[in-house]
Every structure is written in C-alpha cells, then in structure tokens.
Ligand binder design. Sequence first.
Ligand code: FAD
Length: 299
Amino acid sequence: MKDVETVIIGQGPAGLSAAIYTSRGGIKTALVGCEPKVAGDYDIDNYFGFHETVSGKELIDRGVLQAKRFGAELACDRVLGIHFDDTGRYVVKTEGDEYRTCSVIMATGVSRKKPDIPGFEKFDGKGISWCVSCDGFFFRGKKVLVAGEGNYAANQAIELMDYTPDVAICTLGKESSITPEYMVRLRELDIPVIEKGIKELKGDDVLAGVVFSDGEEYDAEGIFIALGDASSTDFARSLGIITEGNFIQVDRDMKTNAPGIFAAGDCTGGFLQIAVAVGEGAVAARSAIAYVKEMCRGK
Ligand code: FAD
C-alpha cells in the first residue's frame, strides 16, 4: 500500500495537466494511467503555442516529462476500483498496486462502452447492474455473470464473491485479456471464464437467464457489466457520485459531490477538446491542493 495525497487517474491531457499543478504545488502525487489511446493517436493543429502540426504522442510525451520534472510519480497501470476505507481515506486499487489517498482526480476521458447484448436496455436495473458495491447485496446467493474480458471484470467477480458463491465471467465473445495473476485467483475461487457471446436475455419483468451464442442456456439472475477498463462513471457509481449520462457532474471548481473527489477533461462532458481538458485539469488540481491542505494534512 502506497500513501499519497492525490491519485490522478488517466495520463491524457487532463490528468497530465493536473499532475503538473499538484506536484508543483507540493502535493504528493501518483498519476496512474498508460499510453493514451485517444490523444496519442492523431495530429493536432488547434492547440495553443504549436503553430505547426504536433502529434498527440509528442504533446503527451512532453506532458509526461513536465509532470515528472515536478516530482509526480507516474505508474503505467490501470485503476480497477476506488473505495472509502475506515481511516477516512480513499483506497485506489490498480492492477499492480494499492494507493491510500486523501483526494482523487478522475481524468479517464470519455466512456464509450455499451455491452453487445441484444435487448440489454429492457433489463438495465432489472437484473443488469453496473456496480458491484452498490447492487451486489441484492444478488445474495444468486447465480450471476460478470460481463467483461479484462482484469476489471475479474476484480468485480472477486468482489461479488462477498455476496454469492455462484459467479462466472462472460467475455461476450471476446478473447479474455485477464492476466495470469488474476486467472490464478479466479481458479482458486472457482470462477469460470466463459468466452461466449450472449444472444438472448430471458425473463418477463426481471432477468431470469441468458442464452449464450452457442445456444446453451444459463439461468443467471444478474449480469454485472465490467467491460474493458473501469471508467470514471464506473468509479462514480461505486462512490455515489452524481453523473449525467456518461459524464461526471462537477461544479466550477471541478468538485464532484463526494468530498476529495474531483474530475477533469472529457469525462465531465462539455466541449471535448485538449485545451479544455488541460484547463480543467489545472482547476481540479487547484481544488485538490486546497482540499489536501485543509482536510488531510496533520489529520
Ligand atoms: P483522454 O485523452 O481520453 O485520456 C484519458 C486517459 O485515461 C486515457 O489515456 C485512458 O487510457 C486513461 N484511462 C481510462 N480509464 C483508466 C483506468 N481505469 N485506469 C487508468 N487509466 C485510465 N482535441 C483537440 O483539441 N484537437 C484535435 O485535433 C482533436 N482531434 C481528435 C481526434 C479524434 C479522432 C478524437 C477521438 C478526439 C480528438 N480530440 C481533439 C479530442 C481530444 O482528444 C480530447 O478532448 C482529449 O484527449 C481529452 O483529454 P482527457 O485527458 O480528458 O482524456
């Protein structure tokens, strides 16, 4: 367990900008993320100060050097979940580590995930859930599936074992990308990984079962969606943070309704541009710095 004062999730323009400000402001900062898929992928002509085309990769590489220069610790890792612990701090669990922190800045970009399950809207909230820590309790002792292909799904499945022993992972027809370390834990806990799609959901008002792509029927009463990487909306759900659709609701200081949790960049919606993400990262960092100094230091 690493103790820090702020964890920033996402190494895109918003997260890097926030890390430059928090570390320069003397806040012990961990920036968790990896090679950005979005901003790293294209050429940019409309970012202030670059009169010639700059590649997204170059802009990000420069941001990484700048954040490191002021002392931010960068980890190439994926965040799996955030929980409030009994010491009044947040615990940020990643694939490779755990951080205890006073504040979090979510800068995970826009979430574009929707499960490829025919008719899933009909059972959304009626057997289909997006949050184990919110809804796991309602599935005590029931047979449930976790829909997802990676370590996020594996971690959600492991968490579900607190509520029911009958948990399986369904990759929705994708190849599993769960790492060997997680596979060992899944085997120990007897959680199978089913690499099939789901072609039909059964039930009248609430979910009563699924039909896999090969025709096999499986009488799961719950499906927990955990596709790809955990996004800020996934974290928001588990922390009771207000969202508007896929976006985190923030005020002018980039504060969410949860104390010590801030958000910046595309994950907050609005004008999805690098200039805006960078500006919001700076504002979120200023708020986090003030929060850490007032609420956490010496307490
Ligand atoms: P992102 O850049 O999306 O960064 C978020 C980061 O968080 C990603 O690296 C992601 O991998 C990481 N992350 C997500 N989940 C986790 C997790 N669980 N753990 C750890 N890390 C996580 N804007 C412009 O200003 N000019 C342009 O020319 C332009 N062209 C664009 C072209 C395309 C094709 C697209 C898709 C977008 C373009 N944009 C452009 C928009 C711009 O890319 C975004 O507004 C900007 O990247 C938002 O920055 P961000 O930091 O909020 O999010």
